[in-house]
Design a protein around this ligand. Structure first.
Ligand code: COA
Length: 220
């Protein structure tokens, strides 16, 4: 298995089909891009971004009960779109995983510790003239809040995502009352571009959203 290291974290990949080590040629997404027929490198089995307190990996079928356990939380739902179910049942988790497993390329990833999945991070890739742009979304299980986990995840995941999906811009639109998410984005180098006034109807209320974005050229 090839292991690349950058700053304080590492990414490991291997080929699910042939079980071969992937040649040491830098970032794996470059290899995936140039040799798509040679190695199925983006696999559940091997994709892993190791961070200080957790890792980012592909979703697994076995994650469904854990997702249902943690996602069934009104405090999480209140900060996400209404298409994120509430209450959140096991069948919702299974539907989510079915959609993820059909994705090509996969853009939704599990945040996990050694025991279980504890959150989710993903991108909605833009299309047409927005094809170099993607919207970032994430949530973390409440027992793990306030430990700096998502700050590290967002920062490292955006580095990865710019490369892997060949993006120029990644944006996020937290509700203006979502202080934690705003802090995460600011600490991860996202720039506030404006306020989208009255842009959301959530839980019976009209809310404002911030527009935060990070441009590839701004990566230091
Ligand atoms: C937003 C969320 C991902 C935060 O994850 P987290 O791992 O707890 O965040 P961190 O520990 O990295 O904290 C980030 C910052 O927010 C602050 N923070 C955390 N929870 C907070 C809260 N409830 N209220 C105010 N600030 C909070 C932290 O103190 C930290 O600030 P600091 O850098 O000044 O110390 C998590 O609360 C969550 O999943 N919320 C529901 C879903 C959601 O809001 N998704 C984002 C949609 S845009």
């Amino acid at each position: 298995m090839w292991e690349g290291k950058k700053e304080s974290y590492s990414i490991q990949f291997g080929c699910r089909k042939c079980s071969n080590h992937v040649p040491d040629a830098g970032w794996i997404f470059t290899i995936a891009q140039h040799q798509p027929d040679k190695h199925y490198v983006m696999s559940n089995k091997y994709m892993k971004i190791s961070l200080r307190d957790c890792l980012i990996r592909y979703w697994k079928k076995e994650d469904a009960p854990t997702i249902a356990k943690y996602a069934n939380n009104r405090k999480i739902w209140l900060n996400l779109r209404d298409r994120f179910p509430h209450p959140y049942h096991l069948s919702d988790a299974e539907d989510f995983l079915t959609r993820v497993f059909e994705q090509q390329p996969v853009t939704f990833f599990a945040i996990a510790n050694e025991k279980e999945a504890i959150g989710s991070i993903g991108l909605m890739l833009g299309e047409d003239i927005h094809r170099y742009t993607a919207e970032l979304g994430y949530w973390l299980a409440e027992p793990f809040w306030n430990k700096g986990i998502m700050t590290e995840v967002v920062s490292k995941f955006t580095d990865f995502a710019f490369e892997r999906f060949e993006l120029h811009r990644i944006f996020a639109e937290p509700y203006t009352n979502n202080t934690a998410s705003v802090r995460i984005l600011e600490k991860s180098g996202f720039i506030l571009e404006g306020t989208l006034r009255g842009n959301v109807f959530k839980d019976g209320k009209i809310l404002d959203q911030y527009l935060y974005a990070k441009i590839r050229d701004e990566i230091t």
